[in-house]
Design a protein. Structure first.
Lengths: 554, 470
C-alpha cells in the first residue's frame, strides 16, 4: 500500500511499519472486543499508517467520535480513547469515565509547535520532538553530527544529548543511515512561509489545502460523462484526491514551478497518446497480448493525466488573475527591499476593499520581516486600519504576531535583511522556471533562506557565513555523537552523504521542493531527508497564530 | 496601485520584476489545451473498458472507502441504526464471551460505576511502560527503575518518573518546601505535561494566596498555570489571578483579553463602539418596527449592527443616517470624529453607501469642496479609476459615470475606461486633445450611425485648425 516509501536512500517504510507494529501491540494489550473513541483530528494522520481493516483484525468492532455527552452504548469489552493530549478533551473523557483513570495517550508526533513554543512558552512539543528523534536513531542509527540554528534547535539538541547520556551503557549497533542532522527553527526564516509558493504542489496547498496527503477540489471539472448515458447531475461533494509520489506523473510535476507544468503535461499527453496508438501496430497474438497487459498501466496514466490537467486548469485560473499578479508583485517588491519603510498603497486598498484578513496579515508581516520591524507610525497605521475594518477583537491576533516576531515595531538596530539577502544571494534575477539551476525557482526568484542555510552548510560550510548567522535569531552550534567503533562509514567513491533536516515549527512544500532539487543536483554529494513538526503555508501558519480562529471571520 | 506615468513606464520596462509572468503566455495555454485534448481523445478510446476500477472508491462523505475516517462515520451510523431496531445481542464467535464471572470489565459496569474485577492502575501501568520500550532499545530501563517499588522517591526522582510516563504519587509531598521543589524540578525539565500535573496538585493542596504568591516569582510556571485555567475555562480563578497580577502592574485584562498598556486606546475604542452600537441598534429596531421611517421599509436591515467592525458600522450609518446632524450617535460625521477615521476610509465608505442608494448628488457632494473664493473643484483621496469602479458596480448611469471618467488623469486609462463604459464624448475629446486623427477615425465606427457623436467626430475631422499628428 505504501510501496513508494521504500524507494530512495532511506527506507521510510521502516518507520511506517514500526508505527503499525506499535499500534497493533497497543491494541492487543486490551484483549477482547474493543470500541475506539476518536479525537476526530487524529483520524487523518492515523489513516497514513493504518486502514480500518487492520483495526478490525485486532477486534475493533465499533468506532465513535469523541464529543460531549454520553457515549452511545456498545457491547464491547474495552473502550480505548485515541486523543491528542489536550486538557479540554480530558474533561470530555472524564464525563464518561467515573473513576479517576490515567488514560494512556498514544502520543502522535503532530504538534502545534509554533503557537505553543513561541507564544505560550510551552516546551512540551520540543520534548516530544527530541523523543521522536531518539526513536528515529533507534531505527536508523546514531547520527554522528548535529548542526542547529535557533533557540528551539538548541533545546532539542540538549535534550537529545541528555537522553543519550541517561541511557549510556547500551550501544546502538545499527549502521548509521544519516551522516548529519540539521535542526532549524522556523523563526530563523520567517519570510519564506509568508511568500506565495509557486511550485505545483505548493500552489495546490496554498489554494486548496493538502491534508494528510489528500486534497479536496471543486467537483465540476472531475465529473465523468459516459457516452450514451444522460449526463448525471453535477456532484456537489468536493472531489477528494490522494497526492503522493506513488503516482508517477505527480512525482514528476509536483516540485516544478507551475509555469513549467503545462509543458510537462503536454509531453506526457503525447507519450500516452502514442502508447494507445500502438494498438494499431499490434498484429500478432503476442503483440496484442502484450498491449493488453499494458492497458491497466496506461489507463492509470490516462486517469492521472486527466486529474492533473484539471487541477492545472483550476490553478491557472487563479494565477492569471489580476489579484494574484498584484499580490505577487508586492511580495516581490518587499523581498527585494523596495519601499518597505512606508505604508504600502496596495495593502491600504485591499483593506479598504475588505479583502480576506489573512491576505492582509501575510503582506504586512512580510513587510515587517523585510524591514526588520516597521516604523512605529507605519505599524500604528496598519493596526488601526485593520482593527477598524475587521474588528477590534483582532487585537489578540496582532499581539500574537508581534510576539512571534512577525509584525513588530522597529527597534533601534538597523535592518540587516539587505545584507543577509546579498550575502546569501536570496534574490536571483534570472531564475529559470523551466530548467532551474538554483533553488530560487520555487519562488520565481527568491531562494528560501532556510534552504540556502542548508545548502551553505554542506558546501562551503557555515564558517564562511559567520557574520550573517549572527544576524539571524538564536544560537548556532555543532555537536558530535560518538559512534561505536567499527560503525564509522567507509564512503564509497561517489556515494552521497545523507542529511536529515528537521524544521522546528513547520515547513512549506516549496522548501521541500527546493531540498529535493538540491539532492538531485549533479555533484552535490548530498541527499536530504526532511522532517518537520508540521506542513504549513502562509495561510495555515498565520491562522495557527490567531486567537480562537473559529470565531473570527477570515 | 496608483503610480505616476513615469513610474509605470519604468516599472513595465525594467527587468527587475519578472514577477512570475508567462513569457510566452499563449504557449502555456496551448500546452494545457494539448493535454486536455489528449485526455479527451484517449477517454473516447477506452470508454468501453473504462469502469470504476481505476477510480478510487469514495463514499458520499468524500472519504476513501476503507480508511479510518470513513469507518468512524460508518460504524457510528450503523450503531444508530441498530439502536432503533430491537435485536438479540450478538455474541461474536471468535472472541471470548462476556460472561460476568470472567471479569466485571464490561462497558455497562463502567457506566454504572461498579467496581470491576480488574485494577485500573496496573492495567494502565503496563500500557505506559511498553509504549516507550517498543522502538527505542536505547531507552531501556534507566538506573532509577531498579529501586524498590516502595515509593520513597525524592521530588526530583518523582519528576523524572513522570517525565518517563510512569506513575508516581504526588500526595506524599505535604510540606510547602517539597511542593515547590516538585514545581521547580518540573519547570527545569521543560515538560509541559509534568508541569501541569504538578500545578493541578498544587492548586488542590495549596491556598490561593500561597499559590499565587509563589507563581508570581516563577514566570514559566505562571504561564503554564494561566494556560491551564484558560483551557479548562476556570474563569473565576483566572480572573482572581489576573486581578492580582494587574495590581502588581504586570498586565491588565478586560473580559479575558490580554493587553499591554499601549493597546488601551484600542480597548477603549472597542467599548465606545459597542456602547454606540447598542444605542443605534435599539433605536433603529424601534423605527423599523414602527413602519414609518421610509428607508427601513425600502431597505430592510439584514442583520444587527452589534459586534460589527467600526467601518461596517460607519457604512451602516452612511446608508441609513447620512443626513443627520452631527450631534447624534448615528451621524457618520460624528463617528468619523469620535474614532478618528482617516479621510480615505471615510471617503471610500461613504461613496460605497451613497452609490448603493444611487444617491448621485450625495456622491457628487463628496468631491466638491469650496475654496475661499467660492469656486468649487473636485478632489478625491481616491483615484478616479477606483471611484468609477465603485460607481459602476452599483449600476450608475452613463451620465454619472461620464463625469468621473473624465477626471481620470492618464489619457490612456481614461480612454480605456471611457470605451468600456461607452462614454463616447470623453473618448472623442481625449483623442482630440491628443491630436490623434487615426484613432478618432477608427472610433467613428463604434458610435451610432447618424448620432450626435458621429456628427461631432466629422466636425472635428473636418476642422482645418487642428494640427493632427497623424
Amino acid at each position: 500500500m505504501a510501496a513508494h516509501l521504500s524507494y530512495g536512500r532511506v527506507n521510510l517504510n521502516i518507520l511506517r511499519e514500526a508505527a503499525r507494529k506499535e499500534l497493533r501491540e497497543f491494541l492487543d494489550k486490551c484483549a477482547g472486543s474493543k470500541a475506539i473513541v476518536w479525537d476526530e483530528y487524529l483520524t487523518g494522520p492515523f489513516g497514513l499508517i493504518a486502514q480500518y481493516s487492520l483495526l478490525k483484525e485486532h477486534e475493533v468492532e465499533k468506532m465513535f467520535t469523541l464529543k460531549s455527552g454520553r457515549l452511545p452504548s456498545a457491547d464491547v469489552k474495552n473502550i480505548i480513547f485515541f486523543v491528542r493530549p489536550r486538557l479540554e478533551l480530558m474533561d470530555i473523557i472524564a464525563e464518561n469515565v467515573f473513576r479517576c483513570v490515567y488514560v494512556s495517550c498514544y502520543q502522535t508526533p503532530h504538534c502545534k509547535l509554533v503557537k505553543e513554543c513561541y507564544l505560550e512558552n510551552d516546551q512540551t512539543s520540543l520534548y516530544h520532538t527530541a523523543k521522536g528523534l531518539m526513536t528515529l536513531q533507534a531505527l536508523y542509527g546514531t547520527i554522528p553530527q548535529i548542526y542547529g540554528k535557533g533557540d528551539c534547535a538548541r533545546h532539542v539538541a540538549n535534550m537529545m544529548l541528555r537522553m543519550k547520556r541517561e541511557f549510556a551503557g547500551t550501544q546502538n549497533q545499527i549502521l548509521p543511515v544519516f551522516d548529519t542532522l540539521l535542526l532549524l527553527d522556523r523563526n530563523v526564516d520567517l519570510l519564506t512561509p509568508l511568500a506565495t509558493q509557486l511550485t505545483y504542489e505548493g500552489l495546490i496547498d496554498e489554494i486548496y489545502g493538502i491534508n494528510n496527503g489528500y486534497v479536496k477540489l471543486p467537483p465540476e471539472k472531475f465529473a465523468q460523462k459516459k457516452q450514451g448515458e444522460a449526463s448525471k447531475d453535477l456532484p456537489t461533494e468536493p472531489k477528494k484526491l490522494q497526492l503522493n509520489s506513488a503516482e508517477e506523473l505527480y512525482a514528476e510535476i509536483r516540485d516544478k514551478n507551475f509555469n513549467a507544468v503545462g509543458a510537462a503535461l503536454s509531453k506526457k499527453a503525447k507519450i500516452i497518446s502514442a502508447a494507445f496508438e500502438e494498438r494499431h501496430n499490434a498484429k500478432t497474438v503476442g503483440e496484442i497480448k502484450q498491449f493488453v497487459s499494458q492497458l491497466p498501466h496506461m489507463q492509470a496514466a490516462r486517469s492521472s493525466l486527466a486529474n492533473h490537467t484539471s487541477i492545472a486548469e483550476l490553478i491557472k485560473d487563479i494565477t492569471t488573475s489580476e489579484a494574484f499578479f498584484d499580490n505577487l508583485t508586492v511580495e516581490q517588491e518587499f523581498m527585494t527591499g523596495v519601499d518597505t519603510d512606508k505604508v504600502n498603497t496596495y495593502i491600504e486598498d485591499c483593506i479598504a476593499q475588505k479583502d480576506p484578513l489573512i491576505k492582509i496579515l501575510r503582506l504586512v508581516c512580510m513587510q515587517s520581516v523585510c524591514n526588520n520591524g516597521l516604523k512605529q507610525k507605519v505599524l500604528d497605521y496598519y493596526k488601526r486600519e485593520i482593527l477598524q475594518t475587521y474588528g477590534y477583537e483582532h487585537i489578540l491576533t496582532l499581539n500574537n504576531l508581534e510576539k512571534g516576531g512577525l509584525l513588530k515595531p522597529q527597534t533601534s538596530s538597523r535592518n540587516n535583511y539587505p545584507t543577509i539577502r546579498k550575502t546569501l544571494k536570496l534574490w536571483m534575477e534570472d531564475a529559470n522556471e523551466q530548467n532551474p539551476n538554483d533553488i530560487s525557482y520555487v519562488y520565481s526568484g527568491y531562494a528560501p533562506l532556510s534552504i540556502r542555510l542548508t545548502q551553505v552548510l554542506a558546501r562551503p560550510g557555515w564558517r564562511s557565513i559567520e557574520e550573517v548567522l549572527k544576524m539571524l535569531p538564536g544560537p548556532h552550534f555543532e555537536e558530535r555523537q560518538q559512534l561505536p567503533s567499527g560503525l564509522h562509514k567507509k564512503r564509497q567513491q561517489g556515494e552521497n552523504r545523507t542529511t536529515l533536516v528537521f524544521f522546528l515549527g513547520g515547513v512549506t512544500y516549496a522548501e521541500i521542493a527546493a531540498l529535493r532539487f538540491l539532492s538531485q543536483m549533479e555533484d552535490s554529494g548530498m541527499e536530504y531527508i526532511i522532517a518537520t513538526t508540521k506542513l504549513v503555508n502562509g495561510t495555515t501558519w498565520i491562522k495557527s497564530l490567531m486567537d480562537r480562529p473559529e470565531s473570527q471571520t477570515p | 496601485m496608483t503610480k505616476s506615468k513615469a513610474d509605470e513606464e519604468d516599472y513595465w520596462n525594467s527587468s527587475k520584476f519578472k514577477a512570475f509572468t508567462f513569457d510566452d503566455e499563449d504557449d502555456e495555454l496551448i500546452r494545457l489545451k494539448e493535454s486536455r485534448q489528449a485526455v479527451n481523445s484517449i477517454q473516447r478510446l477506452v470508454e468501453e473498458d473504462d469502469d470504476e476500477d481505476d477510480v478510487e472508491k469514495v463514499s458520499w462523505s468524500g472519504e476513501p472507502v476503507g480508511s479510518i475516517s470513513w469507518s468512524v462515520k460508518e460504524t457510528a451510523a450503523s450503531n444508530q441504526r441498530t439502536d432503533r431496531e430491537p435485536a438479540f445481542p450478538k455474541i461474536p464467535t471468535d472472541t471470548p464471551s462476556l460472561s460476568k464471572s470472567q471479569s466485571g470489565y464490561s462497558l455497562s459496569s463502567l457506566f454504572k460505576g461498579e467496581t470491576g474485577g480488574r485494577n485500573f492502575q496496573s492495567f494502565t501501568d503496563t500500557l505506559s511502560d511498553s509504549s516507550i520500550r517498543l522502538y527505542a532499545p536505547e531507552l531501556r530501563k534507566p538506573k532509577s527503575e531498579y529501586k524498590d517499588y516502595v515509593s520513597d522517591w525524592s521530588p526530583e526522582e518523582t519528576i523524572q518518573r513522570l517525565q518517563q510516563g510512569k506513575t508516581a504519587p504526588l500526595e506524599k509531598f505535604r510540606s510547602l518546601q517539597d511542593k515547590l521543589l516538585l514545581l521547580d524540578f518540573a519547570v527545569s525539565a521543560h515538560d509541559g505535561n509534568v508541569i501541569t500535573a504538578v500545578l493541578i496538585y498544587l492548586k488542590r493542596t495549596l491556598s490561593k494566596e500561597v499559590l499565587f504568591r509563589e507563581l508570581e516569582s516563577r514566570q514559566t510556571a505562571l504561564r503554564h498555570f494561566i494556560h491551564y485555567l484558560t483551557e479548562t475555562k476556570d474563569q473565576r480563578l483566572l480572573l482572581e489571578l489576573l486581578s492580582l497580577l494587574v495590581i502588581h502592574s504586570y498586565l491588565f485584562t478586560v473580559d479575558f483579553y490580554f493587553f499591554t498598556a499601549k493597546d488601551s486606546a484600542h480597548v477603549q475604542d472597542h467599548y465606545t463602539l459597542l456602547e454606540r452600537q447598542i444605542i443605534i441598534e435599539a433605536t433603529d429596531r424601534q423605527a423599523e418596527r414602527g413602519g414609518k421611517v421610509e428607508i427601513f421599509q425600502k431597505f430592510p436591515r439584514r442583520a444587527s449592527i452589534l459586534n460589527m467592525p467600526l467601518i461596517t458600522t460607519l457604512y451602516y450609518c452612511c446608508f441609513y443616517h447620512y443626513s443627520e446632524p452631527e450631534g447624534t450617535y448615528s451621524s457618520p460625521l460624528n463617528i468619523r470624529q469620535a474614532f478618528k477615521i482617516s479621510e480615505k476610509q471615510y471617503f471610500v465608505t461613504a461613496l460605497a453607501a451613497r452609490a448603493k442608494l444611487k444617491a448621485w448628488l450625495d456622491v457628487d457632494a463628496l468631491f466638491t469642496s469650496r475654496n475661499w473664493l467660492g469656486f468649487t473643484r473636485k478632489k478625491s483621496p481616491l483615484s478616479f479609476q477606483r471611484v468609477v469602479d465603485v460607481l459602476q458596480k452599483n449600476s450608475a448611469p452613463t451620465q454619472v459615470l461620464q463625469d468621473y471618467v473624465g477626471l481620470v488623469e492618464d489619457p490612456d486609462m481614461r480612454i480605456s475606461l471611457a470605451q468600456k463604459h461607452k462614454c463616447h464624448d470623453i473618448v472623442i475629446n481625449t483623442y482630440r486633445d491628443m491630436k490623434d486623427r487615426q484613432q478618432l477615425l477608427g472610433y467613428r465606427g463604434k458610435v451610432g450611425r447618424g448620432s450626435a457623436e458621429e456628427r461631432k467626430i466629422d466636425e472635428l475631422l473636418n476642422n482645418q485648425q487642428i494640427r493632427w499628428k497623424n
